[in-house]
Write a protein that binds this ligand. Structure first.
Ligand SMILES: Cc1ncc(COP(=O)(O)O)c(C=O)c1O
Ligand SMILES: [Zn+2]
Length: 432
């Protein structure tokens, strides 16, 4: 069944966003669909994915062309599924790739980089990437009301970007989310619905709402387009390394989408000739209190077993039944990588370590990534002398409670040099 005739528009610099998308395609059976707000195959309920004309992309991109463009995710627009200029999130992406020598020393490795999406614009997580694609697409489809099911960061991003784009947004979250993530959603005027239940229960409700009201839910009926935004993390890493990929990359996992899209980005760059080799071992990171994907990888299972009641300080990763779990397990295994999970204590320790070595305050998901990297290095699964990139995906200002007990309170004194001077001798050298 091919419901969408593959019309590929012509392309040149005057018409830069005409698009190279043929339509949607089922990841299980290959059935093709048109560009429509639909996330599952009507034949077998398999997830749909955007289908590109890579030959046409190859003829229209070059390293020079992409590098001349502003340093945002839209530099890679030929690989993103929108038809015009982005209506939402024109400034998103272009985050730093940092050579993390002090953290490398602490972890006992030679070559380490951090892709720092804790400073993504506007809501300080990589979710701004997926949301800018999804909401640009929502506008193309004519949706005036949008929404999402979220573990926090997506909530912030959909609310902020909807406000800026003049869209009405309904945001559904588990009611027990961190207060900062709730406030960082309400501030933008979104209608926030706290559901007494797990993320998976929130998600099920949202599926019903999306279809009953015909709203554009970024991670439900707009999911095939939304998920493509995560590829921009991979495009940027490859370009920032000088048009090549690292040997190892560690990625936090919740729904299991981001971890699939980074190697997909590497493969696409190789396919159109922008890099020579896309070979990279991919490692998945989860909290021990919700680790369906890493548990499946470690046990050699083909698909995950859902975690009914997640229990972790890394609430942004607390998805018990990940939509892309099956594909994440498969790609981790096929890449030659691995997956691990870490306890709440290890997560908080790693957040502190990252702050003290690199001056980066990452949220709990970042603690998961750093702690898992540490574990994999200690296990010998990631060799100490090879190139490693860690994906830091969210900002620590949103999850301060996770570390508050670990940090020394300020020393309080009167405004007098006599009271200050004795403290100087006591101050320990920088702790690592
Ligand atoms: C900070 C952060 N990192 C990583 C992820 C995982 O992304 P995915 O659901 O694509 O696996 C999330 C998801 O909510 C997140 O909020
Ligand atoms: Zn199918």
């Amino acid at each position: 069944m091919n419901r969408a005739p593959a019309t590929i528009n012509s392309y040149d610099e005057r018409d830069v966003m005409s698009g190279f998308v043929r339509g949607l395609k089922c990841r299980l059976c290959g059935t093709t669909y048109g560009k429509e707000p639909l996330n599952f195959c009507t034949e077998d309920f398999g997830p749909l994915e955007v289908d590109y004309d890579y030959d046409a992309i190859r003829q229209n991109v070059s390293r020079d062309l992409l590098e001349r463009r502003p340093d945002t995710m839209w530099r890679f627009r030929e690989f993103l599924p929108i038809d015009g200029e982005p209506a939402v999130g024109a400034q998103v992406g272009g985050t730093p790739l940092i050579k993390a020598d002090r953290l490398a020393e602490a972890l006992g490795v030679d070559k380490l980089w951090i892709k720092n999406d804790a400073v993504n614009f506007p809501t300080l997580s990589f979710k701004d990437r997926v949301v800018s694609v999804a909401l640009s697409k929502a506008k193309e489809f004519g949706f005036e009301t949008v929404g999402c099911a979220s573990t926090g960061n997506l909530a912030n991003s959909v609310a902020a970007n909807s406000a800026a784009a003049g869209l009405t947004s309904y945001i559904f979250i588990p009611a027990d989310l961190e207060a900062t993530k709730i406030l960082g959603t309400s501030i933008y005027g979104a209608k926030v619905i706290g559901v007494r239940g797990t993320y998976d229960e929130v998600n099920r409700l949202c599926t019903q709402v999306a279809f009953k009201y015909n709203w554009g839910f970024v991670n439900i009926n707009l999911r095939p387009f939304y998920a493509e935004g995560s590829k921009s993390v991979g495009f940027e890493i490859a370009q920032q390394l000088g048009w090549r990929v690292p040997q190892h990359i560690v990625v936090p996992m919740a729904g299991g989408s981001l971890i699939g899209k980074i190697p997909k980005a590497f493969d696409e760059l190789a396919r159109v000739g922008l890099i020579d080799d896309a070979t990279c071992k991919v490692y998945g990171a989860q909290p021990a209190g919700c680790s369906p994907i890493s548990t499946a990888v470690k046990n050699g299972w083909d698909s995950h077993r859902p975690v009914r009641k997640p229990n972790t300080i890394a609430k942004s990763l607390a998805i018990g039944d990940p939509a892309d779990g099956y594909f994440a397990i498969k790609l981790i295994r096929e890449s030659g990588g691995w997956a691990e999970d870490v306890t709440d204590d290890e997560i908080a320790d790693a957040m502190v370590l990252l702050g003290r070595t690199e001056g980066i305050f990452a949220e709990t998901a970042g603690g998961v990534t750093v702690a898992v990297a540490r574990k994999l290095i200690e296990q010998g699964r990631i060799p100490r002398n090879e190139e490693i990139v860690l994906c830091i995906t969210g900002n620590g200002l949103k999850t301060q409670d996770a570390v508050v007990d670990r940090l020394e309170a300020p020393t309080i004194i009167r405004p007098s040099l006599e009271e200050f001077s004795p403290l100087v001798a006591e101050t320990p050298a920088a702790v690592v």
